[in-house]
Write a protein that binds this ligand. Structure first.
Ligand code: BEZ
Ligand code: FE
Length: 299
C-alpha cells in the first residue's frame, strides 16, 4: 500500500513530521515504569503514523474530539460508550484474542459485553435460567473438561442472554432478574439447563457510536448468542458465547464476536416432543450441545 505522504509530502515536510514523533517519544525517556513507557511510546508512534498516513485535517481532528466528548457525556454507571466504541472497532475482540492464547483444543473466548451481573441466582442441574423471560425454551447440555480430556467437577457456569425482544433484564423498567443464572457441573463434569433460544438484538445505538455505525453504513445488530463464563480453580476462566447455526447475522456481527468453533446447532423440536428431564413444554423448543474445554490456569 502506498502511504499518502509518500505521494504528497516533500522531504523537508517528512523530516519535520518525523522529528516531532521522535521528540514526543523521547519525552517518555525518564518514565520509571517500563511498561508505561512501552505503552505510551507505542501509542504515540501508532497515533502519529495514523495522522500522517490519512493526512488528518484540522476539521476532522476537531470532529473526532467532539465525538469523544459526546461518548464521555453519554457514559454513566449504566451506559459505557467507550467500551461500545472499542467493541465496534474490534479492539475489544483483539484484546481478548491476544489475552486468550490458543491452547490445545481449549474453547475459544469472545466478547464479554456490558450485560453481565454478579450474583445471579443458582439453579440446579436441569433447572430453568429464564426466570420468566419471554422466548422459545431451549435445553442446553454439555461437559466441561480440561485440555487433557479430564472431567472438571464443580466448574462454575454463569449464563446470561437477551429475551425474545432483544432486551436484557438490566434494560427492563423494573428490578426483575431474568435470563441469567449460574450452576455447577456434576462429578463427571456434566451440566444441563433450560434457557431460551437466542435471538438477534442491536447493541445500544442511540448515541455517538450508533451514529458512527449509521454514517458508515454498518448495522448495530449482534448475531443471536447465549453468554457463558466458565471457571474452575485449576483453569483459565473462559468468557464466551455460543451462536446459532443458520443465523443470517453470523457474518456481520457488530462487535466481531463470532468464531466458527462457537457456532452450534440449535435443533428445533416440534410441538409435542417430550423433554428429557420432565418439564412440560406446550409449544416448540430447541436443544443444543456445547462441550467446553478449559485451558490450564496461566496458559
Ligand atoms: C453483548 O453481547 O451483550 C454485547 C456485546 C458488546 C456490545 C454490546 C452488547
Ligand atoms: Fe449479549
Amino acid at each position: 500500500m502506498t502511504r499518502s505522504d509518500e505521494r504528497t509530502v516533500s522531504p523537508e515536510q517528512q523530516a519535520r513530521e518525523e522529528e516531532l514523533v521522535e521528540r514526543v517519544v523521547r519525552s517518555f525517556d525518564s518514565c520509571e515504569n517500563p511498561r508505561l513507557r512501552q505503552l505510551m511510546t507505542g501509542l504515540v508512534r501508532h497515533l502519529h503514523a495514523y495522522i500522517r498516513d490519512v493526512r488528518l485535517t484540522e476539521e476532522e481532528w476537531d470532529q473526532a474530539i467532539r465525538f469523544l466528548t459526546r461518548c464521555g457525556h453519554i457514559t454513566d454507571d449504566k451506559r459505557q460508550e467507550f467500551i461500545l466504541l472499542s467493541d465496534v472497532l474490534g479492539a475489544s475482540m483483539q484484546t481478548i484474542t491476544v489475552n486468550n492464547q490458543a491452547y490445545g483444543d481449549a474453547t475459544e473466548a469472545t466478547v464479554f459485553g456490558p450485560f453481565f451481573v454478579e450474583g445471579a441466582p443458582e439453579v440446579p442441574l436441569g433447572g430453568d435460567t429464564s426466570g420468566g423471560a419471554v422466548g422459545q425454551p431451549c435445553r442446553v447440555e454439555g461437559t466441561v473438561t480440561d485440555t487433557d480430556g479430564k472431567s472438571l467437577a464443580g466448574a462454575r457456569i454463569e449464563v446470561w442472554e437477551a429475551d425474545e425482544e432483544g432486551m436484557y433484564d438490566v434494560q427492563y423498567d423494573d428490578d426483575r432478574t431474568a435470563a441469567r443464572a449460574h450452576l455447577h457441573t456434576d462429578d463427571e463434569g456434566r451440566y444441563r439447563f433450560w434457557a431460551i433460544t437466542p435471538t438477534p438484538y442491536p447493541i445500544p445505538h442511540d448515541g455517538p457510536v450508533g451514529e458512527m455505525l449509521q454514517a458508515a453504513g454498518r448495522s448495530p445488530m449482534r448475531a443471536s448468542h447465549l453468554h457463558f463464563m466458565v471457571s474452575h480453580q485449576a483453569c483459565r476462566t473462559l468468557v464466551t458465547h455460543i451462536f446459532v447455526r443458520g443465523d443470517e447475522l453470523l457474518d456481520s456481527d457488530a462487535v466481531f464476536g463470532v468464531k466458527e468453533s462457537l457456532v452450534k446447532d440449535f435443533e428445533q423440536q416440534p410441538v409435542g416432543t417430550a423433554t428429557p428431564d420432565g418439564p412440560v413444554v406446550d409449544g416448540t423448543w430447541s436443544k443444543v450441545r456445547f462441550d467446553i474445554v478449559l485451558a490450564p490456569a496461566g496458559a
